[in-house]
Write a protein that binds this ligand. Structure first.
Ligand SMILES: Nc1ncnc2c1ncn2[C@@H]1O[C@H](COP(=O)(O)OP(=O)(O)OP(=O)(O)O)[C@@H](O)[C@H]1O
Length: 265
């Protein structure tokens, strides 16, 4: 059992501060963050977490616990009602469950558009888009439009487009939730490779414990109503190489997640 207990998530405890990786400079710091829409009950309350530069963190929680709200706040699309946050000055790129590609543009056109919005010149755009599509294993389909691509291929284009924004932080909101299990496994391998090659900081939201353990160096569990970080686990090399150890960790996290869900059932 490797759960790092957060005894009092209402304060910025040493466990939450250090878990970003004692050797890493922080990329994202959330301090006593709260969010309430209008005069409704708080959706997030006293969220404390630190994500280190280059770290891959999986954010897990029951449906409706505020995961997307938290990503929206980190990305700057929404503002917190309480607390403070530090995010990279250069901002974040976002990737969603729906690839949200422009249907009239090819894979290359979609990626080039993101480069154009950054002011990259025409010749360089072509080269850079080709590199990014190669990075996500889509060199053979650059001229295809979204309707000619499978769901997995569309998500690869969306990943290339997110990388084209050249932001140090990548926020991923259940990007593979709509894919079949085999395609999802393939994309897990590819995302891991892309993360290692690009050194991005990634916060990856999912409902899927197995996916969180497969991808995250650290898994954070958000409680429901209100959402706050109630537990976290480090995923070690042993979990990556030993299916038994990964299975045990997955079972531990699942039990803890069920506990959270039962509280509000
Ligand atoms: N703009 C908004 N106005 C009012 N309430 C909102 C708004 N956005 C989100 N909420 C509420 O905040 C809560 C958390 O929503 P959020 O989408 O962040 O949860 P989630 O954990 O991402 O859910 P899921 O896993 O189902 O996608 C929900 O009760 C939702 O109805």
């Amino acid at each position: 059992m490797t759960e790092l207990l957060i005894a009092d998530a209402t304060t910025d405890t040493p466990s939450t501060r250090e878990a970003g990786g004692a050797n890493r400079a922080p990329a994202v710091v959330l301090e006593n963050l709260g969010k309430r829409f209008g005069d409704g009950a708080p959706v997030l309350d006293n969220v404390n977490a630190t994500v280190g530069q280059g770290e891959f963190v999986a954010l897990l929680g029951a449906s409706g616990c505020g995961k997307s709200t938290l990503l929206n706040i980190i990305s700057g699309l929404d503002v917190p009602s309480a607390g403070a946050l530090e995010v990279p000055e250069d901002g974040a790129a976002f990737m969603f469950q729906d690839s949200a590609l422009f249907p009239w543009l090819s894979a290359r056109g979609n990626v080039e558009l993101a480069l154009k919005l950054r002011g990259v010149g025409r010749a360089e755009r072509r080269i850079r888009a080709a590199e990014l599509l190669e990075l996500v294993n889509l060199s053979h389909s650059v001229a295809k439009r979204p309707h000619e691509l499978s769901g997995g291929m569309r998500q690869r284009v969306a990943l290339a487009r997110a990388l084209a924004q050249d932001k140090p932080l990548l926020l991923m909101d259940e990007p593979f939730a709509a894919l079949d299990a085999i395609t999802r496994d393939l994309l897990h391998n590819e995302l891991e490779r892309v993360w290692k090659e690009t050194g991005r900081t990634i916060i990856f939201v999912t409902h899927n414990v197995r996916e969180a353990v497969r991808l995250g160096q650290r898994v954070l569990l958000l409680s429901s109503r209100p959402g706050k970080v109630v537990a976290q686990w480090n995923v070690s090399d042993e979990h990556r190489t030993d299916a038994g150890a990964a299975g045990e960790l997955t079972a531990d996290i699942t039990a803890r997640l069920r506990q959270e869900i039962r509280k509000h059932a």
